[in-house]
Design a protein around this ligand. Structure first.
Ligand SMILES: [Zn+2]
Length: 115
């Protein structure tokens, strides 16, 4: 992964819901791909205030993304930064595996491999 945009100035952050600034995110994506022609869109990311998996809204959102020609990504990734009960952040990754849902996939930290 090369870049990840922030949520944008018009994003809505609520306790149990997040809505990114779609226009801002799209402009970030288009600028990155325009400047780096060999890059491609991989997926979305956001945080959860507790360590839970994707919500039904997350699953629906990723299904919507997968169906959009503009993203050219039929199996988008969803990265979720989850806050644990120990007040630490963990990254969880999911891939749209079928039309019905997301599948958890492992994150490999190349810097920690072999340690
Ligand atoms: Zn979520």
């Amino acid at each position: 992964m090369q870049i990840a945009s922030d949520a944008g100035p018009n994003a809505r952050h609520e306790n149990s819901r997040f809505t990114r600034d779609g226009e801002y995110a799209q402009s970030c994506l288009e600028a990155a791909i325009r400047e780096n022609r060999d890059w491609a869109y991989l997926g979305e990311w956001h945080s959860h205030p507790i360590d839970v998996g994707p919500s039904p809204t997350d699953t629906l959102s990723m299904a919507w993304v997968a169906e959009q020609d503009a993203y050219a990504q039929p199996k988008p990734l969803l990265i979720v930064a989850c806050k644990t009960s120990a007040n630490k952040w963990l990254l969880r990754a999911y891939a749209r595996w079928s039309k019905r849902g997301l599948r958890k996939i492992p994150i490999i930290d190349e810097d920690r491999r072999g340690v």
